[in-house]
Write a protein that binds this ligand. Structure first.
Ligand SMILES: [Zn+2]
Length: 258
């Protein structure tokens, strides 16, 4: 049994063959999926998918850094309202993205900080997106530390070095989400996987994006988690069943789903 801790199963890319995608996921041993939120525009689809797959797919709440634009205050208020209204297994996907644009990087930091404080107020784990904004991340983590906030959660699609992970992990209790990128040639994350104990990893696809080899360039889906498990097992020199067992236990504990 494996858990996909990061899939956007509610994305329009899955609409035409949704039932088959879910069937293939279950056949591949996927027992649960966590669906990180993006913004208001996809919120209803995410909730509808959760209702259709009760006990299998779990919604989260959060504002994605690339959706931090002029209307960020309205989006953030929506997230806070939803967080107060019902229980979510995680606050995500939140974080910082300096790759697509730095136009709203200061607003991104504010939105990220506020969502980190919000999650910690109820001890809910976070799902963090970090892309080309590592120094900005340290800045926010320092502020959180100063405010006495000690977060826990997952760094999704982590692309930093092992040293960066160690430094980040001093600010909280963070697992690393390992996805399709680990199967790519010359992927830096492979060396992180080699050094990181299985107890600090969870599996993720980030589907419909970031397909693992041999599906690279095509639409990704939760059943492809198998390729990621195989790659981690080969890097660790262990049996795939051990990767499955440990990462599933990690995800169940972190997200309190089980
Ligand atoms: Zn994502």
């Amino acid at each position: 049994m494996i858990i996909d801790t990061h899939t956007h199963l509610y994305d329009a890319d899955f609409r035409t063959d949704f039932d088959d995608v879910v069937l293939r996921a279950r056949d591949a041993g996927v027992c649960k999926c966590i669906m990180p939120a993006i913004d208001i525009s996809s919120f209803d689809d995410m909730c509808a998918t959760e209702r259709a797959l009760e006990g299998f797919a779990y919604a989260t709440i959060g504002l994605h850094p690339t959706s931090v634009k002029e209307n960020w205050r309205e989006e953030l208020d929506f997230v806070k309202g939803e967080f107060a209204r019902r229980d979510y297994c995680a606050v995500g996907e939140i974080g910082l993205d300096g790759y697509w644009s730095r136009d709203f990087i200061e607003e991104q930091k504010t939105v990220f900080y506020e969502q980190m404080v919000m999650a910690a107020s109820r001890d809910i784990p976070v799902i963090i997106h970090l892309r080309e904004a590592t120094d900005d991340m340290y800045e926010v983590l320092e502020r959180l530390k100063g405010a006495g906030v000690r977060p826990r959660g997952v760094f999704h699609a982590f692309s930093g070095s092992y040293e960066t992970y160690e430094r980040i992990n001093r600010y909280g209790d963070f697992l690393v989400g390992i996805g399709g990128v680990v199967t790519y040639k010359k992927a830096g994350v492979a060396s992180v996987v080699e050094r990181l104990p299985l107890e600090r990893m969870v599996l993720e696809t980030d589907s419909p994006w970031l397909s693992p080899v041999p599906y690279r360039g095509k639409r990704n889906e939760p059943s492809y988690l198998k390729e990621i498990v195989a790659k981690i097992a080969s890097l660790k020199g262990c049996d795939p069943s051990l990767v499955e067992e440990v990462t599933t236990a990690n995800a169940m504990k972190m997200f309190n789903i089980g």
